[in-house]
Every structure is written in structure tokens, then in C-alpha cells.
Design a protein around this ligand. Sequence first.
Ligand code: PAF
Length: 294
Amino acid sequence: MWQPDCMVVHLPDPDSARGWCAEQRAAGRSIGFVPTMGGLHEGHLSLVRRAVAENEITCVSIFVNPLQFNDPGDLASYPRNLDDDIRQLQDIGCDMVFTGTFEQFFLDVESPEDIVQRDPGPGADGVEGAGRPGHFAGVATICERLFKVVGSARTYFGEKDFQQTLVVKDLARALGYPEIVVCPTVREPSGLAYSSRNVLLTDSERERAACISRALFSARHAWHQGECEAGKLREVMLRELDVDGIDVEYAELRDPHDWRPEAPAGSLVRAQALIAARIGKARLIDNLRLDRGA
Ligand code: PAF
């Protein structure tokens, strides 16, 4: 029986990755794919572990996509540590990691201004999409390129980026592939969701940032107590978020199926609670489905 090598292969350009994946598929091996921007943490590693468990071959992309950053400071401070990322991937049985330059991903254009970005679809409306214009178009544009490199594969995304999962599901529907697998958010013991941006927090900011997940779980608790008015649930979240140094960008409720914004007095049937807040140098997002789970 074919056995994967224990060394992770690093392919430094998308073209060789495309060839490698095509060979794997021609040999009849199932491929699991985890697209990332590096700065790997437990959240990413949980996606990779799941891909390793469910597929014969697992590959990961690491590419900090400038098209999805609308804030140059955020792009500049985004953590980059390729050697460390590769070592972590090797330890958990990833088979191949590919990287590439902007020019290699966009061989067909002369300059970034010539890129025709994909319409990210209705999932990009509001919430993150409202505060970060162009972000989801940038995500959809690079994901199309990444999906075309890897081809048909189970492709894993974290629920922490809930709105992103709506956008990539739409994209996969339009392209006819890949299969999108959405995996649960992984949290630190304090409840803080793992994020590449957590490294930007000081110890005291990290402690205070735990109020974001507390707000979400309090809203879920209120829901289970029978509260289904969007305005009231929002108040529950804002009370928990009233912490020194936490600058709330939004605390919203949406129907996770049709992505409809809820009128404050409206009663919800299903609810996804979503928060973005700035603390120190970091902008953090998190979300929770209220009508599901314990
Ligand atoms: O979630 C991310 O890390 C990025 O948005 C992704 C999907 C790798 C596209 O750049």
C-alpha cells in the first residue's frame, strides 16, 4: 500500500503545486486542502488534522493575500513565520505546503490594478463586508486561484470566519468544486478564539479580549432562556463587551441561512451572533450560532 513520505514537501510556486496535486489525483488519492495565510495556530492545525484524518493526501497553502487587506497597517503587521509554520505542519502529517509570490498567483496580469476581482456574492453583504470594503472580493479572487491550483479536493475552513464560509461556499457552487468543509472554532482556555492576530495582544489585552467570547456565550445563554429578540440579545452582548480598552465595531445578529439582518425588535428563528472589536493593535472577530450547541 502507498505510504505518504513523513517529510512535508514545500513547493515554492503555485505551478509546481498544480502539477503535484494533478499527480496525486491521477494516482487515485483523495486530497484535503487547507488554504491559509500562515501565522499558524491551533485553529489552523485543527483544520489540517481533520484533513489528514479524512483524506489520503493533505496540502496547505500559505499566502498573505494583499487583495483582502483594506488596511495597509494590518497587512504590514500580519504575522509571517514560514519556517515555524512548515515545522508545525510537518509534525501533524501534512504532505505538501505551497507558497508563491503575488506575481506567480496572477501570472495573467501585468499589474495588481489589472486584476478583475470576483464578485463575492450576497454573503459578503454587511457585517465584515460593511467595515472592510473589498475584503471579500479579495478573498473570493484568491480562493478561485487557490482552488484552481489544487483542483477537486475537500477544502477546510474555520467557522470563526463565518462570513468567509458563506462566500467560499458560493464560489464553490459557481465553480462546481471543491467540497467545502466548515469546522468548529477552536478556543483558548479563556474562550478567546484562536487567531493569527492574537500574537499582537499584550497579556492584559489578551485577558480582556476574552470578553468577546463571553458576550457570545451570554447571548447563547439568553437564547436558551427564551430570549429571541435581536435588540435584547445585542444588549446582552454589549454589556459583556463594556470593558476597558475594547472598542466594539459591531455586535450583530443575522439569520445564518439567508443572511438577513434582523430588525432590533424582530424575533429570531435562527441566529448567528457576530462581533468585531479592536483591542490594542489587534482587530478581532468571533461568532457563535445561538440556536445550536450547549
Ligand atoms: O482565512 C484565511 O486565512 C484567508 O482568508 C484565505 C481563505 C486563506 C484566503 O486568503
